[in-house]
Design a protein. Structure first.
Length: 131
């Protein structure tokens, strides 16, 4: 049994297998997920787990070099944007339209779906390297 870190097997394996520039999406309960992308569905009921809980767990183990969000987050859910800025201090956060964001999810290695119901609580994490 694993002693520390993410104990969800698909997420642990996902992070261990990432290469530079691979993309991982963490999303709310409503984001459409392309059938061609691995879905890791954590949603249990509305609000469980939260977007922030999931981001925090993944962030502890994944080397991230930049983020992509929908620009609509800034006006509709500014608290989510503030959370991401605090969680990834100094990292670039690229803003795109929500429609483009949905298109970009087709290139993700995996999409982790949460129980979050806050509008636009979605992020694409771009993997970095540790050296």
């Amino acid at each position: 049994m694993k002693k520390i870190g993410v104990i969800n097997q698909p997420i642990s394996a996902l992070i261990a297998g990432l290469g530079h520039l691979d993309q991982v999406v963490i999303c709310d309960a409503g984001l459409p997920i392309p059938s061609s992308v691995m879905r890791i569905d954590l949603a249990l009921v509305e609000g469980i787990p939260t977007f922030s809980q999931t981001v925090e767990a993944v962030q502890r183990e994944m080397q991230v070099e930049r983020l992509i969000i929908a620009e609509e987050m800034l006006s509709r859910s500014p608290q989510v944007y503030e959370f991401l800025e605090k969680s990834f201090p100094g990292l670039p956060i690229e803003k795109v339209t929500h429609n483009l964001f949905k298109d970009l999810t087709h290139h993700a290695v995996a999409i982790i779906r949460t129980g979050e119901v806050t509008p636009y609580a979605n992020v694409i994490l771009i993997a970095g390297v540790t050296f």
